[in-house]
Ligand binder design. Structure first.
Ligand code: GLA
Ligand code: GLA
Length: 681
């Protein structure tokens, strides 16, 4: 899939190719006797469910022995769903190898960083690079495609499940062999690898490929470039596995689209989904609300980033939760309206499918306390009633299906290489969290009521008036050139502490920091000034920084000091600088200000770049706006971020969902309103 080509979408069994939003769940009928299946489909119809993901963890049931297959039960379920007008996103069922396989082939089990085997008993206990696992898994994929490729309920293939959820980093001998092959391809010669890895340091020079290992438990810090390359390799290894399953599927059923569920969420960082996205016919994501003060912003940020991976095209929300999960330290139930707001926020950022883990809450097993569409209490429950209500809402939102993201005027750059490399060990601070910094900027935009796109470092910057690149630590020469060109063309760039520091091999750009961006920013830093936990550095802007500060020398005669430090080691020195370049500018923020502290800074940047809120000033911050665009209209999603009612005045449009527009529009706590605004009106 490329960014500018509409992706393939579900193959609906009936004729409505695009005209509806998908609604459903992971369906695990093997956990229930067949009598319950009848109740299931009846309740699915009541709720308006039109798709389910099936067979995700069914390997042991489908292939109870190496030489025995048992498809009858799945045949029945597929038929039953089809008779009831419910389409199937069918998993290849490879996510959890059955006990007979791991008993016969313990060599498929992953090995962790410390050399410990990850034994069976949970799920995803397989090495991404194991040829033995691959042989057995692809046999199953082939069997599934042969059996169900022609089934009328089949709408899409779902490769494995959450690839890399538990097994992205495998340090086994299989991984070592595959890592060497990957390195040979990247570097060609051992000399080039030695240079890239700076192996003159600590006597690490390699004489032969066979000497190279994954960065296993070592006596001290493993070579950082080896660590970074191992992260790149591990993401690639799983991508390669994804492609292997996909090629079997496309060989046998070229007309059925292929997807897999990403985990664009929180600190899940092992997989470079920006790189994986092009392997799929459409992008899917799983997202779970994370407890904390930025929970809603994190959801919006993730949904926004998923939209970027989908190239602005619609994507599939494969899983989220109706209420509590079971895997956080404390698992909170959602408040009234919370589930619908979460679901519709995903739709606002491009989801054309709203699905949950899972349909019916399990009575046994590790996830029995995880919410579902039908909870333990049954259909006579608030959760199920709110599901029925959501089904009706999604039906009313059918006109939104197929519409694209309407680009914002500002963007936040999100880059996996910088995420991986900036958080490696033996750095000025171990406290830095790359994604958190990007999220804090997103929160500041949300508080200002300004739409912002999350984009990748390879995306075209020229669409944006304001570009925020927080902690852009890895800046290869070509990226530095693109950022300079962006500013020279009138763009307003802002970057932060620990940006522009190293090249793609994690080698420091010399001559003073931030090497790759030094001239563009017109500043020079000789020493970093990280801050101890609890320490703050105050700025004359009335905000305080934590985590980091820099000893900045201004080198460009045209550079303006926007804010200075008033306390700490850098007192009297610049904290925030900006360098006007023609009609553009390049700004630098040298400390962590957090979502609140960034607000006044962002306000200045918005003024400079001319980027404005599209919302009435009275509700900016309380209401989040996301916009989708279709052939004849825009769709405005007004999301009440607060737990209070908010009155929105002065926004016109036809209400597709939400309270009526009379004198004004009152959004109840956590409520979402969707307005249709015809083009040119
Ligand atoms: C992931 C998995 C599901 C389930 C949920 C629980 O999304 O794909 O199988 O474990 O997490 O939140
Ligand atoms: C010890 C080692 C040095 C160096 C320093 C770093 O002193 O002998 O090689 O690693 O620690 O502080």
């Amino acid at each position: 899939m490329t960014a500018h080509q509409a992706p393939r979408w579900l193959r609906w069994p009936s004729d409505t190719s695009r005209g509806r939003l998908a609604f459903g769940a992971d369906y695990n009928p093997e956990q229930w006797p067949p009598e319950v299946w009848q109740d299931d489909v009846r309740a699915m119809r009541r709720a308006g469910v039109n798709i389910v993901s099936l067979a995700i963890f069914s390997w042991a049931r489908l292939q109870p022995r190496a030489d025995r297959w048992a498809f009858d039960w799945l045949d029945q379920v597929m038929d039953l769903l089809h008779e009831n007008g419910i389409a199937v996103d069918l998993a290849t069922a490879t996510a959890s190898p059955p006990p007979w396989l791991t008993t016969a082939h313990p060599e498929i089990l992953p090995v962790d960083h410390d050399g410990r085997t990850l034994w069976p008993g949970a799920r995803q206990h397989w090495r991404p690079t194991s040829p033995v696992f691959r042989e057995h898994a692809l046999r199953l994929v082939r069997a599934m495609a042969e059996r169900y490729g022609g089934h009328p309920a089949l709408a899409a293939w779902h490769v494995n499940n959450e690839l890399g959820c538990h097994n992205v980093y495998d340090f086994s001998d299989d991984a070592a062999a595959a890592f060497r092959t990957w390195l040979r391809k990247r570097y060609g010669t051992i000399e080039r690898l030695n240079r890239a890895w700076a192996t003159t340091f600590w006597s690490q020079e390699y004489g032969a490929w066979e000497e190279i290992l994954p960065p296993r438990l070592a006596a001290s810090y493993p070579n950082p470039t080896q660590q970074l390359d191992f992260k790149r390799f591990s993401s690639d290894a799983l991508k390669d596995y994804l492609r292997a399953e996909r090629s079997v599927l496309t060989e046998l059923t070229p007309e059925i689209p292929v997807t897999t569920n990403f985990m664009v969420m929180g600190e899940t960082k092992g997989m470079d989904f920006a790189d994986w996205a092009r392997e799929l016919d459409f992008v899917s994501n799983d997202h779970y609300l994370l407890t904390g003060p930025q929970a809603q912003d994190e959801l919006s940020f993730s949904a926004n980033l998923t939209g970027m991976l989908a190239g602005g095209e619609p994507w599939f929300l494969m899983e989220h939760s109706t209420s509590a999960v079971n895997w956080q330290p404390v698992n909170l139930a959602k408040r009234p309206g919370g589930m619908a707001r979460d679901s519709l926020t995903h739709v606002a950022y491009g989801a054309d499918a709203v699905c949950f883990f899972q349909w019916r809450q399990s009575a046994g097993g590790a996830e029995k306390y995880h919410s579902a569409m039908i909870p333990h209490a049954g259909t006579d429950s608030e959760v199920f009633r709110s599901i029925v209500d959501l089904g009706a809402t999604l039906e009313a939102l059918a006109p939104v299906a197929g519409t694209r993201r309407r680009r914002a005027a500002a963007a936040i750059v999100f880059d996996w290489d910088s995420w991986w490399a900036s958080e490696l060990d033996s750095h000025p601070t171990s406290r830095l969290r790359y994604r958190q910094e990007a999220l804090d900027w997103f929160s500041a935009f949300a508080a200002a009521g300004v739409r912002v796109d999350v984009i990748g470092s390879a995306d075209d910057f020229s669409h944006y008036d304001l570009l925020v690149a927080p902690v852009l630590y890895v800046v290869p020469r070509a990226l530095a050139d693109r950022l300079s060109a962006y500013v020279a063309d009138g763009g307003h760039l802002v970057t932060t502490y620990f940006s522009g520091i190293v090249d793609e091999n994690d080698h420091v750009w010399l001559g003073g920091h931030p090497g790759a961006l030094r001239d563009l920013l017109g500043i020079r830093i000789e020493e970093f000034g990280p801050l101890l936990d609890g320490d703050r550095a105050d700025l004359d802007l009335g905000v305080s920084g934590t985590l980091w500060s820099d000893r900045i020398d201004v080198t460009g005669s045209d550079v303006k000091v926007v804010a200075s430090y008033t306390s700490g080691d850098q007192a009297g020195r610049p904290a925030i600088t900006t360098r006007p370049v023609g009609t553009g500018s390049a700004s630098y923020v040298s400390t962590r200000l957090g979502p609140e502290g960034l607000r006044p800074v962002l306000s200045l940047l918005l003024t400079t770049s001319g980027v404005r809120s599209e919302l009435p000033a009275a509700v900016a911050g309380a209401v989040e706006l996301a916009v989708r665009t279709g052939d004849d209209a825009d769709y405005w999603f007004l999301i009440n971020r607060t737990d209070e009612s908010v009155v929105v005045d002065g926004v016109a449009g036809e209400v597709l969902r939400g309270p009526c527009l009379a004198a004004g529009l009152t959004l109840g706590p956590r409520q979402v309103c969707v307005l249709r605004r015809p083009h040119g009106s």
